[in-house]
Design a protein around this ligand. Structure first.
Ligand code: SF4
Length: 267
């Protein structure tokens, strides 16, 4: 039985490839590998989480401390199924890319005095009482600037940057925004901030005026559609795209039967 709990990643995957959605959310099948981009993103998120957690205890963090922590996170989490697709790129290139991301972040935000309320904050809520759809949002960081004034922060480790206009349409932040509005007493002002780590850039939308009702209706419709398709798993077919190169379900995907995955094992 598929879980009734929805996240942004689950909604997004449903739009990307129905077969992969089925492998993960209906069959509970583990992936045969992990892309190095995803591995890098995970370590950067952990390093930044550590940074603000330590900072909240009053500790001053030198750049060397942050690098040391990143190095240890990278080493400890390493497993034998990390893969590289990009020709000419080696494991160390990604490791160093992570260092550059942290250096840019450090330069921009040190001494990290932001009013951080929580990191990797998990918020679960019921979307609508009638349907009972459950949503889980994991916010990279939540700051509180004063009574009812919040900012939601999301760290992006990919190449792609959003313009403010594209950011304004971003479903992920709308889910997070709804999570705050639904679960906190006072959300008079909410700012949303995307941190594009590779570019040392941020995109900020201040005091967003998104309609919780419209977001709820839109999510509710999407989840209804997903549940309808989940009831007919045979219709959840592969949708090939460039993203297949970063997918580790080729062994069970009918579209990839007999084909060789372009990624190589990272060393
Ligand atoms: S390989 Fe491509 S088509 Fe097959 S499950 Fe993965 S993303 Fe979908």
């Amino acid at each position: 039985m598929p879980s009734d709990r929805f996240s942004f990643s689950r909604l997004q995957l449903f739009d990307q490839c129905l077969a992969k959605y089925r492998f993960i959310y209906l069959d509970g099948r583990p992936a045969g590998g992990e892309s190095i981009e995803s591995y890098l993103g995970g370590r950067l998120h952990e390093a930044l989480e550590w940074l603000y957690r330590e900072r909240r205890t009053g500790r001053n963090i030198l750049f060397d401390d942050l690098l040391k922590q990143y190095r240890s996170l990278w080493k400890e989490a390493w497993h034998g199924f990390v893969h590289i697709v990009q020709t000419g790129w080696q494991t160390d290139d990604y490791y160093q890319l992570g260092q550059r991301c942290l250096a840019g972040f450090y330069r921009r935000y040190a001494p990290f005095d932001e009013p951080v309320e929580g990191t990797e904050r998990i918020i679960s809520f019921t979307l609508d009482q009638d349907e009972g759809h459950l949503i889980t949002a994991i916010l990279d960081r939540l700051d509180q600037h004063g009574p009812g004034w919040w900012s939601i922060h999301d760290y992006k480790s990919g190449r792609k940057m959003l313009t403010p206009a594209q950011a304004g349409k971003d479903l992920q932040m709308k889910v997070y925004y709804l999570a705050l509005v639904k679960t906190l007493e006072n959300t008079e002002r909410v700012d949303v901030v995307w941190h594009f780590l590779r570019h040392s850039q941020e995109v900020v939308l201040e005091n967003v005026v998104w309609s919780p009702q419209r977001i709820t209706t839109m999510l509710s419709k999407r989840i209804d559609k997903i549940k309808e398709r989940e009831a007919q798993p045979q219709t959840l077919r592969p949708r090939e795209s460039l993203l297949c190169n970063w997918c580790y379900y080729w062994d069970v995907c009918s579209a990839k039967a007999g084909k060789t995955h372009p990624a190589r094992l990272a060393e």
